[in-house]
Design a protein around this ligand. Sequence first.
Ligand code: MN3
Length: 200
Amino acid sequence: MAFELPELPYDYEALTPFMSKETLEFHHDKHHKAYVDNGNKLAAEAGMADLPLEEVVKKSFGTNAGLFNNAAQHYNHIHFWKWMKKGGGGNKLPGKLEAAFTSDLGGYDKFKADFAAAGATQFGSGWAWVSVKNGKLEISKTPNGENPLVHGATPILGVDVWEHSYYIDYRNARPKYLEAFVDSLINWDYVLERYEAATK
Ligand code: MN3
């Protein structure tokens, strides 16, 4: 299946002032597009052009670094755009999600602190995650394009901490970006959708 750059699920100004039009133009139109274009080229060269994206990610991990980096980043960004929305964030989680965050992550406040700490302490480029592993939620961080899929888990929420995701709006203040992401951007409905798909 050829990789395709998805449209953003909102307009380029929708996430201001927390994420600017300029950031979305560079991040979606340039960075994500490059992962798609390079991923298609490398998947074809590896004979994996017809495989579903998740399989390309898992099969290329540890065996084909170039393909893995681009395919995993394509997967990560498809979800990242949907993990945000205008007027999102905050502690009003859908009931089922709130129950799971309470039992597995110690509640919203602890989630917020631990998720932000994971993002802030990821040295260099990478991601912070909430994923489902063996039916339970866990918080983790990964370098570069790596994601929980290759560690036997299903990501239900992730935040991009590559500098390209925050440098235009926050300069070097990654913790401020992470705070804004949690307080004002997370699309909890999409997190719930991913949680239900991962636990059914
Ligand atoms: Mn990115």
